[in-house]
Design a protein around this ligand. Structure first.
Ligand code: HSE
Length: 408
């Protein structure tokens, strides 16, 4: 870095403050924040007021600003900022996972059209350098599957509830106070946040774009006392797991509470930490772990993206540009445990392969292989809790008709 680069920052929430603080402490002579655009000018802040503006064009139309750093909450406005930045040929760093996940294919093409990069390491798993690893380390390896803890708040809540016997509300409040949770925490607890991160990771791992609405997300909000007891009996932890797997030219994925055997290193990842197990054809199993949420861990990754832009780094999307196209498939079979309190709430025929069950005064459960499409029908049911049985892969779903044809 030789020229001093001027930055325009949108948003000064939890991640923005971490980013500001770290840049300030670094005393880096080559990076300077010229303007910070905020929504609420009346909020008391410790930073010199002349740096603030409420007018986006103060950044976007300023020819002196070299790099845009977008750290706002609202995905629609974040997308507008991203598009305007690219049109002005200003490289941009963003941590807005919803905006990225919903528009990644368009953003991929816009980067090419304007020959201007977008970096977004802070959008997936906080401080873990996952996108960068997929871009560089895994560029020539064929990834077979990955599974991980992609949301810090829910991992924090599960740790407090299961290990420390806190109640759900108390644990959620604490995750909010610590700045881990989204401003709308249902995005965390219902698995949407993890799903946005999963969609972005799928693009970089397997080279296919998937819209988040095509991925099923089940949250932690329906986990019952029975589930926690069952997990302990089975020698497992319960984690909110985002996972994806490539079978042939198809990719399958889901976010769901999952029984993770204690031998799996993900079982011992606690609090706001995230982790990802990657299985590559040449590399085998590799695990990355680190803080998945919080002002400084995420602010640091944003700062590192800014420094990377300054030294000319951009994503090359090696899996997307290769000539082995893969597609995301919404349906598959997955191995689950379903618990419910009223007899008859679900039927044996809901399963493609029923493997066992229990009916008693203290509750009911059934286990077996079930279609993701069937689980999607149950998303709004509050009388059921679905837990994926970990360490089992997806199975390709073949309708009865297809099975008969293949046997003929
Ligand atoms: N709410 C998110 C989480 C923040 O808890 O993981 C980091 O993306």
């Amino acid at each position: 870095m030789s020229k001093k680069l001027k930055l325009g920052v949108f948003g000064l929430g939890s991640v923005g403050q971490g980013f500001y603080e770290l840049l300030d402490q670094s005393k880096n002579p080559n990076l300077e924040i010229k303007k910070i655009v905020i929504k609420n000018p009346t909020k008391t802040r410790t930073i010199e007021s002349s740096i603030f503006s409420t007018t986006p064009t103060d950044i976007l139309d300023d020819p002196e600003i070299d790099i845009v750093v977008e750290l706002i909450d609202d995905a629609a406005t974040a997308l507008e900022i991203l598009k305007l930045s690219l049109q002005k040929r200003k490289p941009i760093v963003t941590a807005n996972k919803k905006m990225l996940a919903e528009n990644l294919e368009e953003i991929f093409w816009l980067q090419r059209k304007y020959d201007t990069p977008v970096l977004y390491e802070g959008a997936v798993c906080g401080s873990i350098p996952i996108i960068r690893n997929l871009e560089m380390h895994y560029a020539f390896d064929t990834l077979e599957s990955f599974e991980g803890i992609f949301n810090g708040s829910t991992n924090y809540i599960l740790t407090k509830m299961i290990d420390e016997k806190s109640n759900y509300e108390e644990a959620l409040n604490k995750a909010q106070k610590l700045g881990f949770a989204e401003s709308d925490p249902t995005l965390d607890v219902k698995g949407y946040d993890a799903k946005y991160k999963l969609a972005i990771t799928i693009a970089h791992s397997f080279g296919c774009f998937v819209k988040p609405e095509h991925i099923l997300n089940l949250g932690i909000d329906k986990i019952s006392a029975h589930d926690i007891r069952y997990a302990k009996q089975q020698g497992c932890a319960i984690k909110l797991i985002a996972k994806a797997e490539k079978i042939g030219n198809k990719v399958f994925g889901i976010v769901a509470p999952t029984l993770v055997p204690v031998e799996n290193p993900l079982a011992s990842v606690k609090n706001e930490f995230n982790a990802i197990n990657l299985i590559g054809a040449s590399t085998g199993l590799q695990m990355l772990t680190g803080k998945g949420a919080g002002s400084l861990p995420t602010g640091l990754v944003v700062l590192s993206d800014v420094a990377s832009l300054a030294s000319g780094f951009k994503y090359s999307y090696p899996k997307i540009t290769n000539d082995n196209p893969v597609v995301f498939e919404t349906d598959a079979l997955i191995n689950v445990h379903v618990s419910f309190s009223e007899a008859g709430a679900i039927r044996l025929t809901d399963f493609e392969e029923f493997t066992g069950g229990y009916q008693g005064e203290d509750g009911h459960f059934m286990t077996g292989w079930i279609r993701i499409k069937k689980l999607a029908e149950w998303v709004d049911r509050n009388d059921l809790s679905v837990i994926v049985l970990g360490d089992t892969p997806f199975k390709v779903y073949e309708s009865k008709k297809e099975q008969e044809l293949s046997l003929a």
